[in-house]
Design a protein around this ligand. Structure first.
Ligand code: NAD
Length: 321
């Protein structure tokens, strides 16, 4: 396993990180015992960065991860989130200082630990920007000073918003999702230069574009426009016809991206952990990669509406349009 240092911190993260949203049944109902085995196997194989949130499975992911990490807590870098607790506005979100504080206490209990290595304000595009700057980020700083949280940051989808935060706030890291993979590489020009200039750690999540870049294809709730999902389906079928797996190709592509300290993949089985470890070491079939990139070229870098309208990525299109 390769490790990289997270920005200005002393944390060393595996370049392949364990995304724990599937432990909360984010994509399908999983076998919890297998999910636990996946966590243990990942740790044995050197994966040390684990990312969860109270939102994933409405606390189920945190509870399951906490159970799986019993006796292993010191071997991992544990990240959770605050501010997002449900799917839709307004009830699913609360970025107030009081809720940030109380939600961390709840996360610690579910995760069976007394500190988080990383705390992120989750999907800040769902919040009034002024509240993020004036209330949420100061609340994160307070938690850091208290020692309950070691490092702080934000996560979200619209890169202009993450860039604004990166350039104006004192943070340790930023998590961006679905913005560096075979379908979208906008992270590299829209956020990476600023993040590097501020020495912020960059975490890139969803290298499979939340399952679009797999043989199984997008889940029904996926926000990507239809033409994106359809092009990915054609690319997956093309790979299949060549005896290849598009997920392996997509993971290899994303894991080669060195500005990302860690790339988070959602996993919930030992077989997935093994497949994703294998993708790191694969020698890519460059001819196949070029052919797949050609199929995906017409739908490159298409962003969808996410969050409050005033926070949409400029040029983004309606979800599932
Ligand atoms: P992903 O692109 O990692 O896709 C995960 C899906 O692909 C799951 O259904 C998983 O079972 C499947 N999968 C994993 N490995 C596979 C393989 N080798 N072959 C075929 N299928 C495979 O999407 P994700 O899970 O949404 O993103 C990864 C993690 O990043 C999340 O679990 C979460 O921890 C984090 N994340 C954070 C945010 C945020 O903070 N806003 C947003 C998205 C993701």
């Amino acid at each position: 396993m390769l490790y990289r240092t997270l920005g200005r911190t002393n944390l060393s993260l595996s370049i392949l990180g364990f995304g724990a949203s599937p432990l909360g049944n984010a994509f399908e109902t999983i076998d919890p015992a297998e999910g636990k085995r996946a966590v243990h196997h990942a740790i044995e194989q050197g994966i040390n960065y684990f990312d969860t949130s109270p939102y994933y499975g409405l606390t189920l992911s945190e509870s399951r991860l906490g159970e799986a990490l019993q006796g292993r807590r010191q071997r991992v870098v544990l990240a959770s989130k605050t501010g997002r607790f449900g799917a839709t506005l307004p009830d699913g979100f609360d970025f107030s200082a009081a809720r940030v504080q109380s939600s961390v206490e709840e996360s610690l209990r579910r995760l069976r630990t007394d500190y988080l290595d990383v705390l992120l304000a989750h999907d800040i595009e769902f919040c009034d920007k002024r509240q993020i700057f004036n209330e949420t980020i100061p609340a994160l700083h307070k938690l850091k000073e208290s020692g309950k949280v070691r490092f702080i940051g934000v996560s979200g989808y619209p890169l202009h918003l993450l860039s604004e935060v990166a350039s104006t706030c004192d943070l340790d890291l930023i998590l961006s999702y679905c913005r560096y993979n075979l379908l979208d590489t906008s992270l590299d020009h829209q956020l990476r230069p600023l993040a590097q200039a501020s020495r912020l750690g960059l975490i890139s999540a969803s290298p499979l574009h939340m399952r679009v870049l797999t043989q199984a294809g997008a889940p029904g709730w996926h926000p990507a426009p239809k033409r994106v999902v359809n092009a990915a389906k054609r690319a997956a079928e093309f790979c299949h016809s060549r005896g290849a797996d598009i997920a392996q190709l997509a993971l290899h592509f994303a894991l080669q991206y060195t500005p990302a300290v860690s790339t988070l993949v959602g996993m919930s089985s030992v077989a997935e952990v093994d497949a994703n470890l294998q993708a790191m070491d694969n020698t890519p079939d460059t001819e196949l990669l070029t052919a797949v990139q050609e199929i995906l070229r017409p739908v490159q870098n298409i962003a969808w509406h996410e969050g409050r309208p005033e926070n949409y990525e400029p040029g983004a299109v309606p979800k599932q349009s």
